[in-house]
Design a binder for this molecule. Structure first.
Ligand code: NAI
Ligand SMILES: CC/C=C\C[C@H](O)[C@H](O)/C=C/C=C/C=C\C=C\C(=O)C/C=C\CCC(=O)O
Length: 261
């Protein structure tokens, strides 16, 4: 499906899953803004994407998503440059059990902020034309590990927030679709932090347990996560769905029991 004329903003877009998604969006003819903390990586990535897709289709904005004002400016610049916003992927995430408050800030607070900013630019509530938001959670929200308790909490939080906002979008007639996406282990630089005491703090001692899980469940390629993301972006029937991507089942959806009294 062509996304010609659509404008997307991807946080954490310079590397790993975010980068694969940026690539897929450009392949579908969207204009893409990569928002990332890492200036060197972002600029290098933009140069490579310009060479592949032509200049003017992709922009890099250096921004720490944990800085609310900077994130607001990034959304504003996107709309300033491309005139509209249709797709927001709140993907930037870290695993840092030592500085666990930062992990909450980046993985949860910034996803909430990114969702609210996306709505300001896309929701019918604000007189805008609608759009789609995907918040990146993790299979860690379903199968927790002693290796990363706060990371796990943030990923649970992303799902709860996203589902509640999906209901708000229906009841408030926002015209915006909202989804959570939960990958299992993916082959990106993030996975390398598993053995790093600077990241895992005292929980680094559980790394063998974590590595056993990786061997048991396997490691996915970022391109499959981008495929799942593109399905959420293009399939209008999936509003509110929580997508899971694992080696054993591929792209599939979590099913929830209906609430009963
Ligand atoms: N790699 C994995 O096994 C899995 C990753 N995820 C989630 O997917 C998302 C992306 O992860 P990966 O691509 O694996 O990570 P990664 O570490 O390979 O890439 C993350 C990107 O986000 C950027 N970033 C980090 N903090 C930022 C901040 N404060 N502001 C702006 N940009 C920031 C980094 O510079 C980097 O370019 C994260 O939310 C992660 O929790 C979920 C399940 C599995
Ligand atoms: C230091 C490590 C850094 C980053 C990796 C993150 O922790 C990542 O977000 C964690 C992923 C955890 C995945 C955990 C479980 C994976 C399970 C499966 O692949 C399949 C199991 C069951 C499927 C059941 C279902 O889909 O319903």
């Amino acid at each position: 499906m062509s996304l010609n004329g659509k404008v997307a903003l991807v946080t954490g877009g310079a590397q790993g899953i975010g980068r694969a998604v940026v690539q897929s969006l450009l392949q579908s003819s969207a204009k893409v803004v990569m928002v990332d903390l890492n200036k060197a990586l972002g600029e290098e990535c933009k140069a490579q994407l310009d060479a592949e897709f032509g200049e003017g289709n992709c922009t890099f904005i250096e921004c720490d998503v944990a800085n609310g004002d900077a994130l607001r400016d990034a959304f504003q610049s996107t709309v300033g440059q491309f005139g509209r916003l249709d797709i927001v992927i709140n993907n930037a995430g870290i695993t840092n059990e030592k500085d666990w408050e930062k992990t909450i800030q980046v993985n949860l607070t910034s996803v909430i902020k990114g969702t609210y900013l996306a709505l300001e630019h896309m929701s019918k509530e604000y007189g805008k034309q609608g759009g789609t938001i995907i918040n990146v959670s993790s299979m860690a929200a379903f199968l927790h590990s002693p290796h990363q308790p706060v990371y796990t909490a943030t990923k649970h939080g992303v799902i709860g927030f996203t589902r509640a906002m999906a209901d708000a979008a229906i009841q408030g007639d926002y015209g915006v679709r909202i989804n959570a996406l939960c990958p299992a282990f993916v082959d990106t630089p993030l996975l390398q932090s598993v053995e790093d005491e600077d990241n895992m703090g005292k929980f680094v001692k559980f790394k063998d347990d974590f590595k056993r899980s990786m061997t048991k469940f396997g490691v996915l390629q970022p391109s499959l996560i981008a495929e799942g993301m593109m399905r959420l972006i293009t399939d209008t029937s999936l509003h509110g769905a929580v997508m899971k991507i694992t080696c054993s089942k591929g792209i599939h959806f979590h099913t929830y029991e209906p609430m009963s009294a």
